[in-house]
Design a protein around this ligand. Sequence first.
Ligand code: ADP
Ligand code: MG
Length: 386
Amino acid sequence: MKILFIGARLFNEVAGYAQSRGIETILSESSPESPNLKLADEYHIVPRGMDRPIELALSKDVDAVVPLIGIDIPLPEVARMKEKLEKQYDLPVVASGIHATEISTDKIKTKNFLINNDIKTSNFTEISKSQYEKSKSLLKYPVVLKQPEGQGGVGVKIALTPQDTEDYLKLFPNALVENFIHGAEISVEVLRWEDKSVPLVGVYKGDTTLEGTHPLEKIRTAPVNMENLNYGELRNTAKKVMDLLDANGTAEVEFIFNQEEKEINTLEINTRPSGTRFLTFCSSNINPMHQLVNMALGEWDPKKIENEMKSYSSLEMPLKIKSNENSAKIQDIKISLPDDHIEKQILTPKKPYIIHGPEKASRITVRAGNIEFAYEILKNLKMEHS
Ligand SMILES: Nc1ncnc2c1ncn2[C@@H]1O[C@H](COP(=O)(O)OP(=O)(O)O)[C@@H](O)[C@H]1O
Ligand SMILES: [Mg+2]
């Protein structure tokens, strides 16, 4: 079995697993400075885009292609590659196709898709600089201004006053305007392959704020445990979104849950490995990245995943080390970790956490029997939330 992986940055999350399964790994990457290149049996530095990966897949006669791409921009091209390799060469590409990607990478299309399928989402409208005066009186503040494309909060602004909207329109000629929802931000990752999907765990990412702090900056926990939240409905909605989109591989469905109204609003869909995957893994013991390899291997078994899913508590935060003598402990661990450290970080009762992410934006994810213990573990590591 030979697999072409596209993108080296996340390759350290699957290299060890692929090797343990006896897979020959070929890695394609556009940046020669990228980490993890040496973890593959063979790597190729190629120009950006999917033309060379397609050539590589064919010339190396691989059995499957697994894109490991954590950003939105290349997804449409990955989708076109999928259609080509699957239709013309019968070569599976473990990623979402054109239909799903067109919707997930465009927030206006996402809104229309949700509305057309009767999936609850916050009301929205579109405004433009030239037509602003006409729509001005219709906006009820606070509102959220967005661009159709963007991730990690780029182009997203919470407007409290008409002046904020006018300032925003100086930067962008058009905007998507959403009602601001007060509530809990929740993500559910869903795995889907061969028309069968499994929603994994609900991850709580903090409450929405008028300052618009992106959930990446907050402490996050799983499974979400919240009064009035129908957990089954949450997971079913995530599954339904994924099925209706006909998305493939792994994707994340984001929600805002309004506790007073007891309403689960779908926020957006990211058809790529999710930033919540370590929380999902620590909580459910299902590793979404390893499942991509299983899909490629022809070993996709959603029943087995459902049966094996655990329900540990997990907690994650950006790593900020207190400047005292104990902080050295964590520093030592980090420095002594080899390049492929993530898969070498086995969770044990003595070390019930994983440290991951780039040096300057490292994060720690803790696993414990319950959430109080998870906080306790962080406290003992002398770590505090920034
Ligand atoms: N309708 C909304 N109500 C309240 N907060 C929102 C709303 N839409 C977005 N936000 C805030 O902005 C963040 C980013 O918005 P999102 O649509 O998920 O874009 P991105 O692709 O940048 O993550 C959300 O995680 C949330 O904190
Ligand atoms: Mg988002």
